[in-house]
Ligand binder design. Structure first.
Ligand SMILES: Nc1ncnc2c1ncn2[C@@H]1O[C@H](COP(=O)(O)OP(=O)(O)OP(=O)(O)O)[C@@H](O)[C@H]1O
Ligand SMILES: [Mg+2]
Length: 313
């Protein structure tokens, strides 16, 4: 077995808050990432995902615990680690003064790559990001999805072993997200290790071989998307809407149908191995939902089960 490329043990990050005890943004995280793996951190706003990514990217120091990136301690080997990683931060920090091609070129120079190599690599990455036609456009003239693709291309300029992606598709429309997922699949196929954060369960299911579910700086569960769903949810979910004023009132009458009933403000979820059979029992009980939908369980259901809250607030 090749050595893990990332190893975190009891990782902690606290922030000082005036007049209060230190705030633990990352609270005892332990995880490993194997070479070529696509590893995810899934969690809601404020879970500590970006804080973890900054420590892994060697731009923020840990408060305690152990951390090794490519076998090196970021406290001692920050520059070496940074030169071997690609980073896509949560907020695009492209240079607005420069065009798309120049953004790639300048970033390569920043890593000390020779000019000719930067130029060659910039062309290759413009093609990879499907931005050849926008090569001469200033960053401000690119759409949100194009900027994201350019940031990913920029992160690849130094042929990194590991690419860190902090919320790669947040704020993008479905089409732009699918284009981006396709590019990330290609990287994965080439053997690049991907570490990504997301609060989209479909993104985690699509892209991650394995993930940790994080909430309030702690790991709630970990595993492959399918093993997490198997372990923490039923096979199917029946979603019922009775109208926002009636959901709460109807819920007690659903007790005993399926394995578990979850009442959300806008709908009721019945967890069951057979959603259609559960729906038959609802109608047999004389209840008439306005809408009903049977679907497979998702990571969203896992998160709800573990924390009692939705991933996207
Ligand atoms: N520099 C800082 N000083 C103080 N508190 C901070 C700092 N950076 C982050 N935090 C706090 O740490 C917690 C975790 O923040 P973090 O940015 O890691 O969350 P996240 O999981 O990336 O959330 P999001 O999905 O919104 O990006 C939050 O409560 C945040 O307010
Ligand atoms: Mg974040």
């Amino acid at each position: 077995m090749p050595a893990d490329v990332i190893r975190a043990a009891n990782l902690v990050k606290t922030y000082k808050v005036k007049g209060k005890p230190d705030f633990r943004a990352v609270d005892d995280l332990s995880f490993e990432v194997a070479p070529g793996e696509s590893f995810g951190l899934l969690g809601p706003n404020g879970a500590g995902k970006s804080t973890t990514m900054k420590m892994v990217g060697a731009v923020s120091t840990r408060t305690s615990g152990e951390l090794e990136i490519l076998g090196l301690d970021p406290n001692r080997y920050g520059p070496e680690i940074r030169s071997r990683l690609g980073v896509v931060p949560q907020d695009d920090n492209l240079d607005g003064e420069l065009n798309a091609r120049e953004n790639l070129y300048v970033y390569g120079r920043y890593f000390g790559m020779p000019g000719r190599e930067c130029a060659r690599k910039a062309e290759e990455l413009l093609a990879f990001a499907q931005l050849e036609e926008k090569a001469k456009n200033k960053v401000d003239q690119l759409s949100g999805g194009m900027k994201r693709r350019l940031t990913i291309a920029r992160g690849l300029i130094n042929d990194p072993r590991i690419l860190l992606l902090d919320e790669p598709t947040t704020g993008l429309d479905p089409q732009a997200r699918h284009i981006l997922w396709d590019r990330l699949f290609r990287l994965k196929e080439r053997g690049t290790t991907l570490v990504l954060t997301t609060h989209y369960m479909d993104e985690a299911e699509q892209l991650c071989d394995r993930l940790i579910v994080v909430d309030k700086g702690r790991i709630m569960a970990q595993g492959t998307p399918s093993s997490l769903i198997r372990e923490h949810s039923s096979r199917e979910v029946l979603e019922l809407r009775f109208g926002s004023s009636r959901n709460e009132h109807v819920a007690p009458q659903l007790a005993g149908i399926g394995d578990r009933v979850e009442v959300l403000p806008d709908r009721i979820l019945i967890y069951a191995s057979d959603g259609e059979a559960a729906l038959d029992r609802v109608t047999a009980a004389g209840l008439q939902p306005i809408t009903s939908l049977v679907r497979r369980s998702s990571l969203e259901d896992v998160f709800l089960r573990l924390t009692g809250r939705s991933l996207i607030e």
